[in-house]
Structures are given as C-alpha cells and as structure tokens.
Design a protein around this ligand. Structure first.
Ligand code: ACO
Length: 319
C-alpha cells in the first residue's frame, strides 16, 4: 500500500501588500533592498479574524474539490502550523469542525517551516500502515500575528496563507521517499521565545532570527536532504521534474538548485508573490504550480522544508 496526492488547494488572504506598501506604512526599508536580499516583491496579510483555521479550512475545501471528494470521504486531518488559532484545541480539530465532520483523528504538527513536510510524512505512514485511507494534510499560517513591525530585519520577510493536499491510499506509489531531521541545539537561531504564564506573555511574542546563521544552515541541510531522498528512491537529480523548496528566500532556492546541478527553471518559485508563509509555503507553491499547468500528473516532484527547531525534511513524490 502506498499514498498518493490526488488533489491540491490553497488560499491567500486579501490583496498583495507590496514592498512599497510597507514603506508607505512607515517601515524603514526599500523595495530594492528587499528584492535584492530575498526576492520578495509582495506578500498577503490576513485581516483581523482571519485565522489559520479559516485559511486552512478553505485550502482543504479547494483540495477536496480538485480531487472530486467531500469532507465525508476523509478519515485523518493533520495541520502544520506555528500560528494556531488557540493554545488548544488544535487547529486541525477546528478545521474538522469547520468542514462539518467528526470522529476520525485530527491533530497539529509543530515543526515551523518544515511543518508541512513533517505532516505529509506522518500522513504517509498512517496510510501505508493501513490504519487510514484518506488524509487532508494542511499547512496554515498567520505569521503576521507574530511579526514585530518595528524590526525591519524580519517584518519584511513573512506572509500569511494556507495550502492543502488530499493524500489517498493507492496501489501505485505516489510518495516515493521521505526523510525528516532536527537539530534542537540550534533552537536559538530562529524562535518566538515568549509563552503564556499566569495570564501574561512572558518573553517576546515575536520572531527572533539570526538571519546569516539560518541562511548557512538552510543551504547545507537542503542540499544534503535532497541527495538523501533521491538515493532512497534510486533516482538522480536529472530525473527530477520539479523542486519545490520551502519559500524563504530566493537566494536559498538558487543555492539549493546549484548544489543539485538542477537548472533553476525546474524550481517552483512563489516567494516573490507570497513571502515566507512558513508551513504553508510548500503546499501553496505546489498548488500554484498544479493550477498553472506546470506540475502535471506522472511528474516527479521534490518537496523540501527547513525552519525553526532547527528542522528539515523532504518528500519525493510522483503526481
Ligand atoms: N531594509 C533595509 N535595510 C535592512 C533591512 C530592511 N528590511 N533589514 C536589515 N537591513 C540592514 C541592516 O540593518 C544592516 O545594516 P547595517 O549594515 O547598517 O547594520 C544591513 O541591512 C545588513 O543586514 P544583515 O542582517 O546583515 O542582512 P543580510 O545580508 O544578512 O540579509 C536576510 C538579511 C535577508 C534576513 C538574510 O540573512 C537571509 O536571507 N537569511 C536567511 C533567513 C531567512 O530566509 N529566514 C526566513 C525565516 S527562516 C526559514 O524560513 C528557514
């Protein structure tokens, strides 16, 4: 028994917010600085009340529609998010309620920007074990909630959105190989250190990042993990149709493609329009490329996540 992606969906809240819009809002930055360092031109920011569960449920509905299924066909929901609606219950439970179904397992996974690849890998194992047949795997984030708008080094980088896939049991292989890793000793290079204690937030509730350190680790681990899953699947980089890495920064994407000797035309890029949407970035990019006709049935695609923890992971699949 294997698992296979049979539908994708995504959603971005509101209109694009350009780099110049951020300057107009009083942030001490410029369009040229942001484009040159990150490749980001615009991002979407959720209005008040639009939470990860609202976005995640809509992305899930679109993935179900694309697969010709309904929520009643689903028997597992896994949501990757670092910006859950509430401390508890999980965003997955809220999405399950929003979709009007109940009974089967629903839970969140916390692996920051690697979250979607972690969630997909877990869903694959549930399906391969035979315990579940049809899983909604969702990455949903409202990172604008944890951005310090006074910190120009981080506030220009992130955006909000959600992406989802429907993963189904299949006689033929869809997910060909997966690998997950973490190095908790690097937890301080990217973190939101604050937490709730005695009714107050203790510590900063905003993203703190050592940008240069994150850049270095990200490039190293994304190259390593690409080779690891290719080897597992008995494939070479030349046989890859598409690479869909976590969309943090165009320079990280370029460096990863270079390490794989992969032409950059084979890399799906959405960071220019979405910014970094953390756990939502990979399923958002996958759905964009499926819907614009680039990623097609039968093609091989490598998904890659990397982020806080430090965590990283990859999934190699045939659509
Ligand atoms: N606009 C204008 N100037 C800025 C801005 C900004 N938004 N941000 C920083 N600067 C200034 C700094 O103040 C500094 O000025 P100074 O030299 O006068 O002190 C100068 O630009 C250089 O700052 P650095 O932080 O050294 O800039 P760097 O070249 O390292 O670029 C960046 C920063 C883009 C964050 C880079 O480190 C990077 O790409 N890191 C990867 C991290 C990443 O992508 N994180 C996303 C989250 S993690 C993840 O998803 C895996």
């Amino acid at each position: 028994m294997y698992s296979r992606v049979v539908g994708t969906g995504s959603v971005l809240p509101g209109d694009p917010v350009t780099n110049d819009d951020l300057v107009a809002r009083g942030i001490d930055t410029s369009d040229s600085w942001i484009i040159e360092r990150t490749g980001i031109r615009s991002r979407h920011l959720a209005p008040a009340g639009v939470t990860s569960s609202v976005l995640g449920a809509e992305a899930a509905r679109r993935a179900l529609e694309a697969a010709g299924r309904t929520a009643a066909d689903v028997d597992l929901i896994i949501v990757a998010t670092s910006t859950p609606d509430k401390v508890f219950p999980s965003t997955a439970c809220l999405i399950q309620a929003e979709l009007g179904v109940s009974g089967f397992p629903a839970f969140d996974v916390q692996a920051v920007c690697s979250g979607f690849v972690y969630a997909l890998t877990i869903a694959d194992k549930f399906i391969r074990s035979g315990s579940n047949r049809r899983a909604l795997v969702i990455g949903a984030e409202v990172f604008s909630r944890i951005i310090d708008w006074e910190d120009r080094r981080t506030c220009v980088l992130f955006g909000d959105g959600a992406g989802a896939v429907l993963l189904e049991a299949s006689e033929t292989p869809g997910l060909l190989a997966t690998a997950l890793h973490a190095d908790g000793s690097l937890h301080e290079i990217l973190e939101v250190p604050g937490n709730i204690r005695d009714g107050h937030v203790e510590g900063s509730p905003f993203i703190h990042m050592d940008g240069a350190a994150v850049f270095k680790v990200a490039v190293r681990v994304l190259g390593d993990i690409a080779h690891e899953v290719l080897e597992q699947a008995g494939m070479t980089a030349e046989q890859l149709d598409w690479l869909i890495p976590h969309q943090a920064n165009i320079r990280i994407l370029q460096a990863t493609a270079k390490r794989l000797h992969l032409p950059f035309e084979k890399v799906i890029v959405t960071v220019d329009r979405h910014g970094n949407t953390s756990a939502a970035s990979v399923p958002l990019a996958l759905d964009a490329a499926v819907r614009d006709g680039r990623v097609r049935p039968g093609q091989s695609v490598m998904l890659q996540g990397v982020g806080g923890g430090f965590t990283w992971g990859a999934a190699l699949l045939r659509l």
